[in-house]
Design a protein around this ligand. Structure first.
Ligand code: SME
Length: 163
């Protein structure tokens, strides 16, 4: 497909329907995971204008032998590089193997503040079969920006990722 995105206005659902189709076209036939994660982050950032959109991927730390989340492709300000299982919103989503919506990050115990500008957040686990291989993390600089609609569509988008 052409590399230009078609950015639409309208309801949140209309935006998701449009960008999901375009993400599918962007990554179909491209086997490189990093390239696809990078384009998904860029497409979501451009359509929604969120403060931070990106991926943390599960990787083994050669020094400790433990698996942890390591920063992957993203759009936005520089961010924390490594997150342990169970820590912060991302590490909790990984440990619980479920999407976590945080309306106010200051009220989430253990939230990792990569930036004080981040006010609300959604983290969606990426599955390869039954195991979590990473998470999609989206941060807004406004409170209460994510709901069940975001969860539904972002889960569908990460479901398009092939490993
Ligand atoms: N806030 C996240 C850390 C990642 S940054 O927001 C990019 C967390 O608590 O896991």
């Amino acid at each position: 497909m052409a590399e230009d995105l078609n950015i639409v206005s309208g309801s949140k659902q209309e935006k998701y329907i449009s960008i999901t189709k375009q993400i599918e076209a962007l990554i179909t036939g491209e086997p490189d995971l990093t390239a696809n994660l990078a384009n998904i982050a860029a497409a979501l950032k451009e359509q929604f204008g969120w403060f931070w959109v990106g991926f943390y991927m599960v990787k083994e730390n050669a020094n400790t032998g433990n698996s942890e989340l390591v920063l992957g492709p993203f759009q936005g300000p520089v961010a924390c590089t490594r997150i342990a299982k169970g820590r912060g919103v991302c590490g909790t989503s990984w440990a619980k193997e479920e999407t976590i919506v945080v309306p106010d990050v200051e009220k989430f115990p253990g939230h990792i503040a990569c930036s004080s500008a981040s006010k609300s957040e959604i983290v969606v686990p990426i599955f390869n079969g039954t195991s979590v291989v990473g998470v999609l993390d989206v941060d807004s600089d406004r409170l209460d920006q994510f709901d069940a609609v975001d969860q539904q569509y972002l889960e569908a988008i990460v479901g398009l990722i092939k490993h």
